[in-house]
Design a binder for this molecule. Structure first.
Ligand code: KIV
Length: 269
């Protein structure tokens, strides 16, 4: 393992990591508690993903979440992280109408959250927007392959870039790099293509369901911690089973309240 551990991770640090072959560990976070824990654990990038929509707010996709809803999540994570680079997703509807709106919303995220960068989805179609935001001095993480905000036009959760569409994905990757993105998330991309892009691009690639050859990996924290019931998706590795742990704890607490064993004499005043 190539270990470089700076006091503060910046976009330039990620670039240094790529050059040094030091892998980049990223997780999503939406609150101060988990951000503090993941930061202490040495996670390099905390993404305040619009996956807060389904994970925190109970929406069934990422589409409904608004900028007003994203900002408090971003602020909480940025307050709690001292080492990790904090990146906030621009939600659906906050950048598609053009570079002027996109820049205004990116500025709002930077001013109101204290994060260090924004992320937005799309390759060639988002290149002008990425350029406008980066030229204003705001670092942009790009996101290509399966882009959840386009779930309806992509026809569901499907691997992207298979067969003939590989050329399109390569063009997307080159377009976001050319536009000034400091890193690119590759979601649900065949591992061979992700390896090729990682070699071809000078900016770091961060994979999710894109195999082991990308410069870094990202998981949604509620997936990695096993907070959901049911079978996780193929690319998710569960590092804990918090669903079972919390169900067990809540049942035991309930029983203790019912049978009068909580609180006991040591727990009162
Ligand atoms: O919103 C999110 O959690 C993301 C990750 C899946 C990369 O964009």
């Amino acid at each position: 393992m190539n270990e470089i551990s700076p006091k503060k991770v910046r976009t330039s640090t990620l670039q240094e990591f790529k050059v040094a072959g030091r892998r980049i560990a990223c997780l999503t976070s939406y609150d101060a508690l988990t951000a503090g824990i993941f930061d202490t654990a040495g996670i390099d990038v905390l993404l305040v993903g619009d996956s807060a929509a389904d994970n925190m707010l109970g929406y069934s996709t990422t589409l409904p979440i608004t900028l007003d809803e994203m900002i408090p999540f971003g602020r909480a994570v940025a307050r709690a992280a001292s080492r990790a680079l904090v990146v906030v997703d621009l939600p659906f509807g906050s950048y598609e109408t053009g570079s002027v709106d996109a820049l205004a919303n990116a500025i709002r995220v930077m001013k109101e959250t204290g994060a260090s960068a924004v992320k937005l989805e799309g390759g060639q179609r988002s290149a002008d927007t990425i350029r406008a935001i980066t030229e204003a001095g705001i670092p942009v993480m790009a996101h290509i392959g399966f882009t959840p905000q386009s779930v309806h036009s992509l026809g569901g959760f499907k691997v992207q870039g298979r067969g003939d569409s590989a050329e399109e994905l390569i063009a997307d990757a080159l377009a976001v790099q050319q536009a000034g993105a400091f890193a690119v998330v590759l979601e649900l991309v065949p591992s061979e293509l992700a390896d090729q892009l990682t070699k071809q691009l000078t900016i770091p690639t961060i994979g999710i369901g894109a195999g082991n050859g990308t410069d870094g990996q990202i998981l949604v924290w509620t997936d990695f911690a096993g907070l959901h019931s049911g079978k996780p998706r193929k690319f998710v590795r569960q590092y804990a089973n918090l669903f079972e742990t919390l169900i067990g704890a809540a049942k035991t607490y309930r029983d203790d309240v019912m049978n009068g064993s909580f609180p006991n004499q040591d727990e009162d005043f």
